[in-house]
Structures are given as C-alpha cells and as structure tokens.
Design a protein around this ligand. Structure first.
Ligand SMILES: [Zn+2]
Length: 325
C-alpha cells in the first residue's frame, strides 16, 4: 500500500499520515502527522491537544493540523492533490462518509472550513483509512509523534493549551462550557438511565432520538426479552426452544442458530470491516458500560446489529420492540 502511495506522489501532490494518541481514553491526548511534500521533503507535525480528551479528538486534530500545513504550502507552491491517511475509521467516516457525529461539532466544523479553503484553490483532498500498526513507515512515524505529543500534554498546565481567540471561537467555547455543565448533570442524574445508555452525550440543539427504535430492539435482545428461553423462564411460554431445536438464548440467536447463517455471515463481514474484530460474538452487542471496548464503533455496530435482526425476520416487521412496554 505504501508503495502505491509513494508512486502516486509527484511534484504537485502531498501525502500525510495522521494519528492521535491518548494516555487513557479519555486522557492526556496528542496528535501527530508525518507529511511527504513534493520533491521528497518531509515534515513532522505534533500537537498536544488536552489533558482530558478521547482518542477521536486526537485523530481529528491530527487531520486539522495537516490541513493547516496544506493551506500554508498552497501559498508557496502549486499543490493539486493531498492524500491523507488516517488509521481512525471514525475520523474518516465522520469527515468523508457523512457518519453522524454530535460530539465534537466545533472541531469538525473547523476541519470542514479548512477543507473547503484548500479545495477552493483547486487542490483535491483524498482522506482514506489505513490500518494502524501495520508496519507502514509513515504511519509509524505519525504514531510516534502523536505519542510524544500526548506525553507533552500530560506534563503541560491547562492554560498552556491553544486558547480560542476569535469572537466566534469564544462563543463556541462558552457554549461548550454550558454544554459541559449539562453533560455532567446528565451523567450523574438518576433518571433517564435507559436513554442515557444510548444518548450519553447531551446535544446543545436537541436530544437526538435518531436510531432509538433500533436501540430499543437491541436493548430488548440484550436482556433476552422476546426470545423463547427467557419467555419460558418467566412463564410466558411453555417451550424454550428455537425452531431449529436448540434453546433460544441470546447467544444462540446471535452466534449459533443455523436458521440465520446467511444474515450472520453478512453481519460478520461488515463487523470485521468496521472494527477489525474477526469473530461475530454477542460481546460487542451486550457491552454498554463505561468500559465498552467498542465505544468508538458503537453506533455503527448497532446499525449492523439492527440490520442483522431485521434480516433474520425473527420478530416480524415491527421487530422485538413491540414487546417492550
Ligand atoms: Zn435456532
């Protein structure tokens, strides 16, 4: 892949590898980018981001500082094409595939603004995903730079980080501070905990109910609700068996039942593309606590899971949610 990238480079194009790093997620966070300029010149960029950010922020800031460099380079020479290789599927999804993301509106809009600024000069930006830690030299460089930046972030005082300056940025920062307060209240509140599992981030404009019907199906299945083994145990049915003859447990439904093999194969493939997890296990679907290792892919995984549930036709057209009060 790297060979293809280099062959693709000429005297009017740039290639950048970007990476974010967090010492804990969230934790002290940094961004790095390794950039190949025309004529074999290289630039190393790194930036400590904050004392307490998620890895996604690090990945996004890495793309932002790369675009800032591109806007500077464009003033000096003609650049027709910039290829940015990020190892974050979320960052690529949000910025170039239109994935929904409500958590970093300010940062994303800054990036989009830079992006437009670059493309208005006629330079084309191509943001692509590249596998992390795959011995790709540029990627390893970016990774090392991001790690250094995260280490620096850990040692810095809060006021040393980039402060917003323009009126717009101050307004955005103020609004985010209000949002932070609201966020903390939402996190410690005792009510609305079911919704909280699916909507852990408050949204300044509105609470986002998108996808919630899916989430209810998933929630229903997480508890075994609507499956015969559960219904048998609570006395709703006198048969715990699936049509295939095995006990219809959550694990059976997701991972074993031969009736849903083709739906499962398709979901398996999609899941692997999204997360790199090679097995279709009930685990990614059943974990919704704070230590969710699949957090970054949660929305995508849930969409995948919903497609799987629909494809099995196990619950008719209205899905298992009809069983919920
Ligand atoms: Zn079965």
């Amino acid at each position: 892949m790297i060979t293809a990238v280099i062959e693709d480079t000429d005297d009017k194009s740039m290639v950048a590898f970007t990476d974010g790093s967090c010492r804990g997620n969230p934790g002290p966070c940094g961004s790095g980018a390794f950039v190949l300029l025309p004529y074999g010149e290289t630039v190393e960029l790194k930036q400590p981001v904050s004392k307490h950010s998620s890895i996604l922020v690090g990945e996004l800031v890495a793309i932002k500082i790369t675009l800032v460099l591109v806007t500077e380079e464009i003033k000096k020479r003609q650049i027709q094409k910039v290829k940015i290789l990020s190892d974050s599927q979320s960052a690529v999804g949000i910025l170039s595939l239109g994935w929904e993301n409500n958590s970093h509106p300010h940062l994303c809009s800054e990036i989009r603004q830079l992006w437009r600024q670059v493309e208005e000069t006629g330079c084309k930006i191509d943001l692509q995903w590249t596998p992390g830690h795959a011995n790709i030299h540029g990627n390893d460089k970016a990774d090392a730079l991001a790690k250094e930046a995260a280490k620096e972030a850990e040692d810095m005082e809060a006021e040393e980080f980039d402060q917003p300056t323009s009126q717009t940025e101050i307004r955005a920062a103020a609004s985010l501070a209000t949002c932070d307060k609201w966020q903390r209240r939402w996190e410690i509140s005792e009510s609305g905990r079911t919704l909280f599992q699916y909507q852990p981030k408050v949204n300044r404009n509105k609470v986002n109910f998108d996808g919630l019907p899916h989430q209810r199906s998933i929630l229903a299945l997480q508890s075994g609700y609507c499956l015969k083994d559960y219904n048998y145990k609570v006395g709703l049915t006198d048969c715990p068996y699936c049509e295939c003859g095995s006990r219809e447990t959550v694990e059976h439904f997701y991972c074993e039942c031969p009736l849903y093999t083709s739906a499962r194969e398709k979901a398996k493939k999609e899941m692997f593309l999204l997360t790199g997890i090679p097995v279709f296990s009930e685990k990614p679907f059943l974990t919704i606590d704070e230590n969710d290792p699949y957090k970054e892919w949660r929305r995508a995984i849930n969409n995948e899971l919903n497609d799987f549930i629909e494809a099995t036709k196990r619950f008719g057209t209205r899905g298992p949610r009809k069983f919920l009060a």
